[in-house]
Design a binder for this molecule. Structure first.
Ligand code: 7PM
Length: 285
């Protein structure tokens, strides 16, 4: 089931229109409990907002704000705790003139985040949790639907695919159809193969090589999240996530060359340099 239409160049995200003619950079903002000082809610909000502003200054086009409820291997965070983490950060950044994305799979967090100013919903469960599709459809935000085999608690135990590229493409096509059936217009939808979410090293490599096929089959703009991931640690033998910046940029370039239009990254500055190099070569073509 192929779709020959090119991914639309403009993504509708609430009041924002995102031009995807060039690859965009989504900076990661984790709102996590402060492990250094017990500074409480205000200190945590301030730390996250300061980090977000630094990512903006470095050239981020989108900020992805997460309360750490969807990290691989992580235990779920209670709803009230997740709201307490992310909503104050979204409120503080809502006037900055940048697209804010909420990283959540909980319908209540989606609604509250969009009400507070988020224009994109990033759901690692691909809007499969009860009520998530309806919650997203009830907003005018863009949605990023991601593929994951299993759950964050179990997914890395023993991932199995016959043809990982075909299966991820089929899953994402089904989720795009489900979104549209729920009333989410096609021009609001982004797809994501979910690097590291129920995938071995070989699966991740096959997906990176096959990104173009996923773009063609889904007919939607593709977001790639490879930044500092453990697959890059295994390939490079870099144990510390912060030592994986070069590998992140290298894999990001391959993703862009294979059709990715949004890169979800920690290292916005290095990623922007890469995108500029790629762009200079594109413009000379
Ligand atoms: C530990 C391991 C902590 C992995 C955090 C992670 C994606 C995402 C994440 C992605 C989209 C991370 C991941 N990854 N959302 N959320 N795509 N759309 O590296 O690949 O931040 S959590």
């Amino acid at each position: 089931m192929t779709c020959s239409a090119p991914p639309s160049a403009v993504l509708h995200c609430g009041n924002y229109r995102l031009d995807l003619a060039r690859p965009l950079i989504m900076g990661i903002v984790n709102v996590t409990p402060d492990s250094f000082s017990d500074g409480g809610l205000h200190a945590r909000t301030d730390t996250a907002v300061a980090h977000a502003r630094a990512l903006l200054a470095a050239g981020a086009d989108i900020l992805d704000i997460g309360g750490e409820s969807t990290r691989p291997g992580a235990e779920p965070v209670p709803l009230s705790e997740e709201l307490d983490r992310v909503i104050p950060v979204i409120e503080a950044l809502a006037g900055e003139g940048v697209l804010l994305s909420i990283d959540t799979y909980k319908p209540e967090v989606m609604r509250a985040a969009v009400a507070a100013g988020a224009g994109m919903i990033n759901d690692v469960f691909g809007l499969r949790q009860p009520g998530a599709l309806e919650a997203a459809a009830g907003t005018d935000a863009a949605v990023c639907v991601m593929h994951m085999q299993g759950t964050p608690q179990t997914m890395q135990a023993a991932p199995v695919y016959t043809d990982v590229v075909a299966e991820v493409a089929a899953f994402l096509s089904e989720r795009v159809a489900a979104c549209q059936a729920a009333g989410i217009a096609r021009d609001r939808i982004v797809v994501d193969p979910g690097f590291g979410f129920g995938k071995t090293t070989a699966h991740n490599i096959a997906l990176l090589r096959g990104l173009g096929e996923i773009v063609r089959r889904t007919g939607r703009p593709l977001l790639a999240g490879l930044s500092r991931k453990s697959v890059l640690g295994r390939i490079t033998t870099r144990e510390k996530a912060t030592d994986r910046v070069a590998a992140s940029v290298a894999s990001g370039l391959v993703a862009v060359q294979n059709g990715a239009r949004i890169l979800r990254v920690h290292d916005v500055d290095a990623t922007l340099d890469m995108v500029r190099v790629w762009q200079a070569l594109e413009e000379a073509a």
